[in-house]
Design a binder for this molecule. Structure first.
Ligand SMILES: Nc1ncnc2c1ncn2[C@@H]1O[C@H](COP(=O)(O)OP(=O)(O)O)[C@@H](O)[C@H]1O
Ligand SMILES: [Mg+2]
Length: 335
């Protein structure tokens, strides 16, 4: 039997893309699990492997060029790897919903919005056409769209409203897990805040677990209970919100914080992380962050640090941390 303490449990996930320019190592030996009703923030710069991880969870990595290996992939107590195509379709529509950055990837321009929500209810919840239409209108109202607009087409809606329709579709069948991939990146700031509030509300009302993929630590602070920081397809630090924000252990995480605009002190200089992410077609021998790290020592260039537990909740993959656990704290005090 599966371990039912987790909404999902992934072990040893590797994804590579075989391209004409070489093999891109997108996700490398990733382990990740999450307790029920929790929201996990998956953060990292563009190219870190966040979207690929989400796609792999739903077996949606395009193949070719994608090649996926995974030792364990359980979601809602089911071994996702063993499901047939039809079973997978069921799970995707009903147990797990995904919200993408661009709402138009999920919306069909030639269907009325109410029909797009109702369709999912007819297929997965086996509602009659009439009941599905009624429930779809209720869902629209729940996400703040008047039922008088139910018969319009997606292109008649603003960006924020489209994303709300996508959220209504995602919530239609009461999924146990929502995977939201940069759901508000394409929206302007006020609308972004409204959509996030809505997601937070609904998540609490329906006890849904969620993965919030974002490069924005402000969003993480607002909606997440736990955080996993990804770099070059690996998790380099993971913990509760407090662990990550107040007891930062990895220099890369610290770099992400330093490159944020400081709201309290608008004069403060942004300090972007120096250098670039390494070429994803190369597998470095040492720590992939070492070339950009202010704290790297000789062992960082030669040995790959494992992700290890420092406390019950907090994990880090950093030799500099292992050598001198308080190095970031001391550095911060000195500032
Ligand atoms: N379909 C694809 N073909 C080839 N390379 C890809 C494909 N999708 C993603 N990649 C590469 O995989 C790496 C991880 O990408 P991605 O998962 O999109 O990261 P993120 O979502 O964190 O920005 C990047 O180097 C990206 O260029
Ligand atoms: Mg992405």
């Amino acid at each position: 039997m599966s371990d039912n303490n987790y909404i999902f449990d992934i072990e040893g996930l590797n994804v590579r893309y075989e391209t004409e320019d070489g093999t891109v190592y997108a996700v490398n030996g990733l382990d990740l699990k999450l307790g029920y009703k929790k929201t996990l923030g998956l953060v990292g710069e563009t190219g870190a492997g966040k979207t690929t991880t989400a796609l792999a969870m739903l077996r949606l990595v395009p193949s070719p060029p994608g090649v996926v290996e995974c030792a364990k992939l359980e979601i809602c107590g089911q071994d996702i790897r063993s499901l047939s195509a039809q079973e997978l379709e069921e799970v995707r529509g009903k147990d797990i919903s995904m919200i993408f950055q661009d709402p138009m990837t999920a919306l069909n321009p030639v269907f009325r919005v109410v029909d797009q929500i109702a369709e999912s209810l007819e297929i997965h919840e086996h509602l009659s056409h009439h009941d599905a239409q009624e429930k779809a209108k209720e869902l629209l109202e729940m996400v703040g769209i008047s039922r008088s607009r139910a018969n319009e087409f997606a292109h008649q809606f603003s960006g924020g409203m489209k994303q709300r329709v996508v959220i209504a579709i995602a919530l239609a069948c009461n999924p146990k897990l929502i995977i939201a991939d940069e759901p508000t990146t394409a929206l302007d700031v006020t609308i972004q805040a409204q959509v996030l509030d809505l997601m937070k509300d609904l998540k609490e009302k329906h006890d849904t677990s969620m993965i919030m993929i974002t490069h924005d630590l402000g969003i993480v602070a607002e909606v997440c209970d736990e955080v996993a920081v990804m770099y070059t397809g690996r998790i380099v630090e993971q913990g509760t919100l407090e662990d990550i924000f107040e007891r930062t252990m990895h220099p890369y995480t610290e770099g992400l914080f330093n490159s944020l605009p400081n709201i309290a002190d608008r004069q403060a200089m942004l300090k972007p992380i120096r250098g670039l992410m390494p070429d994803p077609t190369e597998q470095p021998k040492g720590c992939p962050f070492a070339p950009r790290c202010d704290y790297a020592g000789r062992e960082c260039e030669s040995e790959h640090p494992a992700l290890r537990s420092v406390t019950d909740t907090h994990k880090v993959a950093c030799s500099a941390y292992d050598r001198q656990p308080d190095f970031l704290l001391e550095r911060r005090k000195a500032r």
